[in-house]
Design a protein around this ligand. Structure first.
Ligand code: PLP
Length: 257
């Protein structure tokens, strides 16, 4: 069986973070493991509190996993501090981890910040160069590239800037645009659009986590980057289209569709 590791934060309401990643990896047919970067006390209406994992304890989790069940892919999500970023980068380089997918999580869907100030730059410098794919949404890509993103041309410019600056493939997700949910892949100097109808579902908590873990799962199974992105987008569309409706705020999506 193929295996995948999620390095991310725990979401107590089960919609995003580690919980979304484990569900996604399981439903995509790979064995899921986790290294927790932070505990969050949150529900669909917002994040109430965050408790960061001490860097040395994150390191213990990573060593425990890598020394026993070597993951075929790694998904990286919420990273609250630069110190945790450096710990992960050092350990992943040491183990020569492959198929690394980095979701540069800056804020929760509810708007609460999940990353300390100044951490985005360290994340990009330390982890993007070893990633098989980086998956920013439009607000994250704007921060990382310095490009104001209003239309498709801006998405092309932002994705290329990030990819060229850090030597990584970039999937710029269009879900935060006002039009269709079209995602743009910039890899090996070329662009490819993954077109998607917008699914009118206000419950989008955990969509970013789900997409990145679905890509990681499909890379673990041996699919090419293009195939893995296409399959992940289809998985997310089905999970959104199932119209799960839980909680008082932006609710989670359905994995058992
Ligand atoms: N990671 C954690 C622990 C979270 O709580 C959240 C959002 O609440 C995210 C990541 C990002 O969520 P999304 O997939 O909705 O972008």
């Amino acid at each position: 069986m193929k295996t995948a590791l999620s390095i991310a934060g725990s979401d107590s309401c089960g919609g995003a973070g580690i919980q979304a990643d484990v569900k996604t990896m399981t439903m995509n047919g790979v064995y899921a493991m986790s290294a927790v970067t932070a505990l969050t006390a949150q529900n669909t209406t917002g994040v109430r509190a965050v408790l960061e994992t001490p860097p040395e304890f994150l390191r213990e989790q990573l060593d425990a996993v890598f020394e026993d069940i070597f993951p075929d892919a790694v998904k990286i999500g919420m990273l609250p501090s630069a110190e945790l970023v450096r710990t992960i980068a050092e350990r992943l380089r040491y183990y020569q981890a492959k198929n690394i997918v980095v979701d540069p999580v800056m804020a929760a869907t509810s708007g609460s910040a999940l990353m300390g100030s100044g951490t985005a730059e360290v994340l990009a410098n330390e982890l993007f160069p070893i990633a098989a794919l980086v998956t920013p949404n439009i607000p994250e890509a704007a921060v990382l590239s310095g490009v104001t993103i209003r239309e498709e041309g801006d998405m092309l410019c932002a994705a290329k800037r990030i990819g060229d600056a850090f030597g990584c493939a970039v999937l710029l997700k269009g879900g935060h645009s006002s039009g269709a949910a079209d995602d743009l892949l910039y890899a090996d100097g070329g662009f490819r659009w993954f077109r998607g109808e917008r699914i009118e579902n206000p419950n989008t908590h955990g969509t970013g986590c789900t997409l990145s873990s679905a890509v990681a799962s499909n890379l673990a199974k041996g699919f090419t980057l293009d195939e893995a992105v296409q399959r992940a987008k289809s998985y997310l569309s089905c999970a959104l289209a199932a119209m799960l409706d839980l909680g008082k705020g932006a609710g989670p999506i359905e994995h058992a569709f």
